[in-house]
Design a protein around this ligand. Structure first.
Ligand SMILES: [Zn+2]
Length: 417
């Protein structure tokens, strides 16, 4: 069934787009793209692997301050936030992009220009999101636009990898917002409004250990047990329709000093994902059945030592679902349709900070910065230099729809007070 947007939403967008100040802001954005590119590269040249975002946060905070935000500060978790105050009694809107990248501290961060591309690790994901926010702010200021709701603009930490969306999770554990807009990646027509559940955990197998030959036959092996478990896990059948997947991504045992020893400890790491909470739960159970079975089999094989295991979560992101016709989803759908003149794409899954907003019960979406690019998470990551501005315009419009344009539209985000 085709997706459609309510008349009320369409009217709200029309009223905003017909406002003289907004027209001016959209024009300003067309002229903004060189500056956005420059700011993006400047920030992306500051190394910011997950858990080491301080320098980039400081530089970003300076830029937010220079654009007139109030109360620019780091929260206790390293997220940087600044306020653009509304007319009062409106909703609180969060607009954020993440500051961390998947690249280690010593990664070469020099932009390399080639045709209409500039290559720089971390440029698209997600420094372009940070730069998009700065461009939106500059346009709001230059066109003297006032909103009803308060808007908090933020750079968040710990989105990637081991961070596991941690910056956003921690931010939302302390602060209440009525809508969250995440800007992540370089797209200009994809809407993420759902969150895939992700469970990554480590399992450690333990045994008494011993000499490779002298203890043969009278000792079980933690490594054998782990290998048996991995072989069993490899045969698990999953529900493909819910995007359910698994991967054993790590296997560690032994060392060269113990080349002739039965390893006492073996660890594996496993990543499970699903868009269906029940399927994720079933898969988790299946995995642990494999692990327990493997320990029993290895113990029984030698009948001399009992292999045990323990485990801990590395990442535990819940499955996050919300109605596809929430005002925030309809609003961004109407914005993208109007700005691009084509149907946007409602993504059936997602692993973005939007997940944490939804999980906290806040209407949330994630959209791209619009600059276009590719090679995300690789050293060949690039963004385009040809001045694409529609993503920035879309970000401005969705923010205004949710926050309300003072004197013209009511906020679409609901303030429960
Ligand atoms: Zn990202």
């Amino acid at each position: 069934m085709a997706y459609s947007v309510s008349e009320k939403t369409e009217r709200n967008l029309n009223d905003i787009m017909n406002a003289a100040a907004v027209k001016a802001a959209l024009d300003i954005i067309c002229e903004e793209t060189d500056r956005m590119l420059k700011e993006c590269l400047e920030l992306a040249m500051i190394p910011a692997p997950t858990y080491h975002e301080e320098k980039k946060a400081a530089a970003y905070g300076d830029k937010l301050k220079a654009l007139g935000l109030e109360d620019v500060h780091s929260d206790p978790f390293g997220n940087i936030l600044g306020l653009r105050r509304g007319s009062g009694k409106g909703p609180r809107i969060l607009v954020e992009a993440h500051m961390d990248t998947v690249f280690p501290m010593d990664t070469e961060l020099t932009p390399r220009y080639e045709d209409d591309r500039v290559y720089l690790p971390g440029s698209g994901d997600d420094t372009s999101g940070l730069a998009c926010i700065l461009s939106v702010l500059r346009a709001l200021n230059a066109a003297d636009i006032h909103t009803v709701g308060d808007i908090w603009f933020a750079g968040t930490v710990e989105e990637e990898g081991m961070g596991g969306l941690g910056g956003m999770r921690k931010l939302l554990s302390k602060e209440r917002f009525d809508a969250c807009i995440s800007i992540d990646g370089t797209g200009d027509s994809k809407i993420t409004y759902l969150g895939t559940g992700i469970r990554t955990f480590e399992v450690c197998f333990h045994c008494r250990g011993g000499h490779a030959s002298l203890d043969f036959g009278t000792a079980s092996s933690s490594l054998n047990a782990a290998a048996r478990a991995v072989a069993k896990i490899a045969d698990i059948q999953v529900h493909a329709e819910s995007g359910t997947t698994y991967c054993v991504s790590n296997f560690h045992a032994g060392n060269d000093a113990g080349i002739h020893a039965i390893p006492r400890d073996t660890s594996i790491k496993i990543n499970l994902r699903s868009n269906d909470p029940e399927h994720l739960e079933m898969l988790t159970k299946d995995v642990f059945t494999c692990i327990e079975g493997a320990c029993c089999e290895e113990s029984a094989r030698w009948n001399a030592d009992t292999v045990t295991y323990d485990w801990n979560y590395i990442i535990d992101v819940p499955v996050a679902r919300q109605d596809a016709h929430l005002p925030i989803v309809e609003a961004i759908y109407s914005v993208y349709s109007a700005v691009n003149g084509s149907e946007p794409f409602l993504a059936p899954n997602g692993a973005t900070n939007c997940t944490m907003g939804i999980a906290a019960g806040i209407p949330s979406i994630c959209i791209g910065s619009g600059c276009g690019g590719g090679g995300i998470h690789s050293l060949d990551e690039f963004i385009f230099t040809d001045g694409r501005y529609k993503g920035i315009q879309s970000a401005l419009l969705i923010i205004l729809m949710m926050a309300g344009l003072d004197g013209i539209t009511d906020p679409m985000a609901e303030n429960p007070e």
